[in-house]
Ligand binder design. Sequence first.
Ligand code: KG4
Ligand code: ZN
Length: 335
Amino acid sequence: MKPVILAFETSCDETAVAVVRGTEVLSNVLSSQVDLHSRFGGVVPEVAARAHVEAIRSLTHRAMVEAGLHTDDLDAVAATEGPGLVGALLVGFSFAKATAWARQLPFVGVDHMEGHLMAPRIDHGEAFRPPAVSLLVSGGHSEIVLVHDWGEYEVLGRTIDDAAGEAFDKLARVMGLGFPGGPAIDAASEGGDPKAVSFPRALSDRPYDFSFSGLKTAVATFIERAARSGDLPPLADVAASLQEAIVDVLVDKTFRAVDDTGVRVVSGGGGVIANRRLRRRLAEEADKRGVTLCLPPPVLATDNAAMIGVAAVHHLSLGHVSDWATGVDPGLRLG
Ligand code: KG4
Ligand code: ZN
């Protein structure tokens, strides 16, 4: 019997609750705090934690109603343990633990990045199986992970400065496009020429590590100079060009890992995987090599609780349950 799990994700600015049965999603609801934070140009941790407290009870009710289940039907409760903002994590984790305790159900703490890594299992089923190379790109983390087996991860490379999502967010701020920056740049790049401006790509030094801070400086300098001399290209061209600079690096390094390891399955997870250009380019490279590409749909790429539930199903299948004394770990690292 596949376990039915109530899962929570509150590591950043989305209060998310889901019910899964195995890898089947019975409900997946969330309340985004974007409007609360946008006037500050970024997530304010204390504001995020309070908003989670306000939203979590009614969202849980909604998730159960949409799943058509009663709490008696649950086999376990899961929540994100880290990484993330400590106050935000604490809300979902404590609420989940209390729910599990009250019903005497097993409680499973999940690594947020493992959640992102496992998200493609929801739509791709058995096609997504180790060994695989996974590109994980969120607001706070960018990693290329060699998945030897479920739960057995080797981080081949990570960012040495800004995460890919962070780079999108900072660049959008430089361009005056608002927050969050990834979706704004994705939209602004529509119809733009990705070759209009040649921005730097940090490809060389370490084969699988990322560095995006140089790009931010290059774009800021370019816009300032072009604005001063009055020859600023159309916004769509600048957006498409800087997006291409990020995408080029992500695609190049991911497939370098695929070629070096010889795996036949490539996957992705994290908010940046919602990017349309990145999805297209990953698909083209996978096609060229005849490898299987398993990407989650955009709603399961950005933060959600269904991915936490699916990762918890795996832990439960191995009998891994968290101790009641377990706390959140804002600095949790995969592998
Ligand atoms: O995984 P995620 O939802 O939250 C974290 O765990 O951080 O990732 C959020 C990041 C943000 O930086 C956001 O700008 C970026 O994902 N993002 C995108 C797109 N949608 C979200 N970046 C590029 N293109 C998108 N369409
Ligand atoms: Zn995330």
